[in-house]
Structures are given as structure tokens and as C-alpha cells.
Design a binder for this molecule. Structure first.
Ligand code: GTP
Ligand code: MG
Length: 231
């Protein structure tokens, strides 16, 4: 999918309006400016877990879209990993994304990729609203283990996922790779180039749409189970 900036802004706005209408359990905080005046009120905060294999592009995604300074824990690599890249995340990345003039904020928590740091994923995955699973289309040797990890994580968390197929421009190829990981038909798949900010924003749009679908589903389930609505 390729969107112009205006398309993205319109999609973000439409998603924001619908999210505002749908998300009833608001987390309300009112940050104050230094003069004591209230600044933008954050009413809806969603936690996004950005995960996937080593060197897939998780840190790149958060760095490309975060509107606040990214908290990063990358350190120099050694051994075989230094053949792949110079630095690697050893604990977490943290960034934020807030819709312009909207009271909706995403908190983006990035995990390390190596199995030896899985304990960090286990710490970070609590209360997640959406999993953004990043996979490098070109690193085929990582796909089998990534598929096992993806299905295990989603069966544990039971939240929706967006599969971001990095270093990929082709929607069909992205779909094929996602299916080979075991992604389900309803799960969102997006090809991307995560060193590019506008591509990162397309992943954010997909996350917002996925949140919206999930909130609509929860709201219709609760209506179905509300005896007051049975007529
Ligand atoms: N050419 C190209 N390089 C990319 C792209 N996305 C990421 N990279 C590069 O791929 C490498 C890995 O990216 P990171 O964002 O550090 O990956 P990561 O998943 O956070 O890696 P770990 O934390 O070590 O697991 C970096 O050198 C990036 O600059 C892309 O879209 N195109
Ligand atoms: Mg990283």
C-alpha cells in the first residue's frame, strides 16, 4: 500500500474520530505547561509492542516515527552479530506517536530480537493493545523461527497484530512472507522500508486501523451480551 501524505492524514483523522467514539475506557491525564495552563489532554493511550527477530528493523521503526526522543538501549555487537550490524538492542526502545490535535497517543515499546533477551519481551508484553511484528523480507533464514515466535506470542496475548514486512515494496510478496510465518487471513500485513519515515507512518496508520477494528469488535460483543439491549 502506498499513501500520499494527505491520504495518510485523512486516514489518521478518520481513524482518530472513530477511535474517539469507540474507546470508552479512557486513560485521562492532563499534562500542564510550565505556566500552569493545561496543554493537550491525553484521553486514550494505547500500548504497542514492536517485536520480531534480530536485525529486522524494530528500532528503525520506532526511530522513524517517534515524536519524542527515543529511549534506546543499543550497544556494540560482537561475534557473529557484528557481521550483520554494528549495534543491537539489549533491553528496549521506547518512543511515542500522538495524532495531531487528537487525544490519542501510542506508546511504542521495542524489544530486543535475540532469544537470549526473551525475558525482556516477557516484561514488556503486559497490557499490550497491538503487536507490531517486524520481519526482514531479505533475511529468509530468520523466517521459520520468527513464525513460531509470532504464533506463540499471539496465542498468549490474544491481541491483534500488524505484520510489517521490512525491506519489501511488494504487497503480494509481503502477504506470502506473512502467510509463511503463519499469519492468519485477518491479520494486517504491510510492506515497508523502515529507514524511511513515511513508510514508518504507513505502519502507524495500519496499527491505528487495527486498533479501531479491535475496539469495534469488543464494542459489538459487549452489546451482544448486554441484557438491556435484548429486546
Ligand atoms: N536498506 C535498509 N536498511 C534497513 C531498513 N530498515 C532497517 N535497516 C537497517 O537494518 C539494520 C537493522 O535495523 P534495526 O532497526 O537496528 O533492527 P532491530 O530489529 O532493532 O535490530 P535488533 O535490535 O538488533 O534486533 C540497521 O542497520 C538499519 O539501518 C530498510 O528499510 N532498508
Ligand atoms: Mg533494535
Amino acid at each position: 500500500m502506498s499513501m500520499t501524505t494527505m491520504d495518510q492524514a485523512a486516514t489518521e483523522q478518520a481513524g482518530a474520530d472513530r477511535l474517539d467514539a469507540d474507546h470508552s475506557s479512557a486513560d485521562t491525564t492532563s499534562p500542564k505547561m510550565s505556566n500552569g495552563e493545561p496543554s493537550t489532554t491525553i484521553e486514550h493511550t494505547f500500548k504497542i509492542l514492536v517485536t520480531g527477530p534480530f536485525a529486522a528493523g524494530k528500532t528503525s521503526l520506532i526511530q522513524s516515527v517517534s515524536q519524542t526522543d527515543v529511549v534506546s538501549t543499543d550497544v556494540l555487537t560482537s561475534g557473529d552479530e557484528s557481521e550483520v550490524k554494528g549495534e543491537t538492542t539489549v533491553a528496549m526502545d521506547f518512543g511515542t506517536y500522538q495524532l495531531p490535535d487528537e487525544a490519542i497517543r501510542l506508546l511504542l515499546f521495542g524489544t530486543p530480537g535475540q532469544p537470549r533477551f526473551r525475558f525482556m519481551t516477557n516484561i514488556l508484553k503486559g497490557d499490550v493493545d497491538v503487536v507490531a511484528f517486524v520481519i526482514n523480507a531479505e533475511a529468509r533464514e530468520t523466517h521459520a523461527a520468527a513464525g513460531v515466535e509470532l504464533r506463540s506470542l499471539l496465542s498468549d496475548l490474544r491481541v491483534p497484530a500488524v505484520i510489517a514486512v521490512n525491506r519489501c515494496d511488494d504487497h503480494e510478496q509481503a502477504q506470502r512472507i506473512a502467510r509463511s510465518l503463519g499469519a492468519l487471513a485477518g491479520e494486517a500485513v504491510i510492506p515497508c522500508q523502515l529507514v524511511d519515515e513515511s513508510s514508518g507512518r504507513e505502519v502507524i496508520v495500519e496499527i491505528l486501523l487495527t486498533l479501531l477494528d479491535s475496539l469495534e469488535e469488543m464494542s459489538s460483543e459487549s452489546r451482544d451480551h448486554d441484557p438491556a439491549e435484548v429486546g
